[in-house]
Ligand binder design. Structure first.
Ligand code: TTP
Ligand code: MG
Length: 385
């Protein structure tokens, strides 16, 4: 008997006509018109085009000359990759705010694993409209989103109602949902396999799921099992984040050694604010706070505290650092100070008291400033953290 696996919540986000939409964003006069982005020189190809241009049959990777024939009235734009990368970074930042487990697939799309957020947000599916709205507000662009129990279904879902789409495939609906789709929708199934299956009368995913696996083996070879799984709506591949982040911290080495507990606490407050900001930007909070001190004679001292409720607020971090600092004598000159947080979890896990709520609102306002003007725009005064 197979073990019942926990239900996963996977989201796939893909920007609509990405390069072309950025051009329409930056040039309002292009909006509502066919826009074709790509190499404009002799043998250039189309990178992408606006949905208005797709009606004429223009698509990615098409020779530019063909596009000009199909849609001579379009606005032709040479790609500006620096600008697209800039927006891509903004979008990734938003992804990180929604989940610590983000797997970027390309400049404009990513998988997010939202499993475990049930306890934090109640209805995980509500994050679909929310992320679309956040992307729209912060970038002015639309994205299409798919939500499903696995990567295969999530990616398929995000593609179904483009542009500006949102498709949710619940586990119990999955089989019925994908059954009528053509087999070509299964990623990894090449043109030739699709043709061979068609000759056997297998055109839809439903037909593929229902057919005898022994028939598929000679046709699809070692891929057969995986393809059959997909046809049944199954896919166990994990979402693999870019960098498996285990802790987040900041440390400073000083040009001149620091002396005295109060001076050091002032610097530590500064570090706590930087670490807090990074945590909140990444949508994380953590249970273990570590203080690191290197003395002028290169003696390294670390002290850690683990709390039950995950922390992400500057003041909460400082509270722990104060306790840890109290365990050290501070008689030696200090060469380096560091603050880090580990045992990271997606933020929002905390239940908030009213006072904490105020503190959080205040930090959110400051974070908004840092977001716009850079991390160094503001620091809270030293005195009563
Ligand atoms: P896609 O997400 O594949 O396409 P898209 O965002 O333009 O349109 P859709 O609404 O269908 O998602 O690719 C993202 C960007 O990558 C695209 O805007 C341009 C670039 N790209 C190329 O440069 N060459 C290509 O062949 C493809 C497919 C994309
Ligand atoms: Mg896209």
């Amino acid at each position: 008997e197979a073990k019942m696996a926990r239900q996963r919540y996977i989201m796939h986000v893909d920007m609509d006509a990405f390069f072309a939409s950025v051009e329409q964003l930056d040039h309002p006069e292009y909006r509502g018109k066919p826009v074709i982005v790509g190499g404009l020189s002799g043998r250039g190809v189309v990178s992408t085009c606006s949905y208005e241009a797709r009606k004429f049959g223009v698509h990615s990777a098409m020779p530019m000359a063909t596009a000009r024939r199909l849609c001579p009235q379009a606005i032709y734009v040479q790609g500006r990759y620096g600008r697209y990368t800039e927006i891509s970074r903004e979008i990734r930042q938003i992804f990180q705010e929604f989940s610590p487990v983000v797997e970027p697939l390309s400049i404009d799309e990513a998988f997010l694993d939202l499993t475990g957020m049930e306890a934090l947000v109640g209805d995980v599916y509500a994050l679909g409209p929310k992320i679309k709205e956040t992307i729209r507000q912060r970038t002015g662009l639309t994205a299409s989103v798919g939500m499903a129990p696995n990567k295969f279904l999530a990616k398929l879902a995000s593609d179904l109602r483009k542009p500006d789409g949102l498709v949710i495939i619940r586990p119990e609906e999955a089989a019925a949902f994908i059954a009528p789709l053509p087999v070509g929708r299964i990623f990894g199934l090449g043109q030739r396999s699709v043709g061979a299956l068609g000759k056997m009368g297998i055109r839809t995913i439903g037909q593929l799921a229902a057919c005898d696996p022994r028939l598929l083996k000679p046709l699809l070879g070692k891929q057969a099992e995986e393809i059959r799984d997909r046809a049944r709506g199954l896919d166990n591949r994990p979402v693999v984040p870019d960098e498996q982040r285990k802790s987040l911290g900041k440390e400073n080495t000083f040009p001149v050694d620091l002396t005295g507990r109060e001076t050091c606490l002032g610097v530590l407050w500064d570090l706590c604010q930087q670490v807090g900001w990074r945590l909140r930007s990444a949508g994380l909070s953590g249970c273990t706070v570590t203080l690191k001190v290197k003395t002028a004679s290169f003696q390294l001292l670390t002290r850690s505290r683990t709390v039950e409720e995950p922390l992400a607020q500057d003041e909460e971090l400082m509270e722990q650092i104060r306790v840890l600092a109290g365990q050290l004598p501070w008689t030696w000159p200090v060469r380096l100070l560091g603050v880090s947080v580990s045992h990271l979890v997606p933020a929002g896990a905390q239940s908030l008291a009213v006072e904490d709520q105020r503190q959080q609102d205040r930090n959110r306002a400051l974070d908004a400033l840092k977001q716009r003007f850079g991390e160094n725009i503001i620091r809270k005064g030293w005195g009563k953290p």
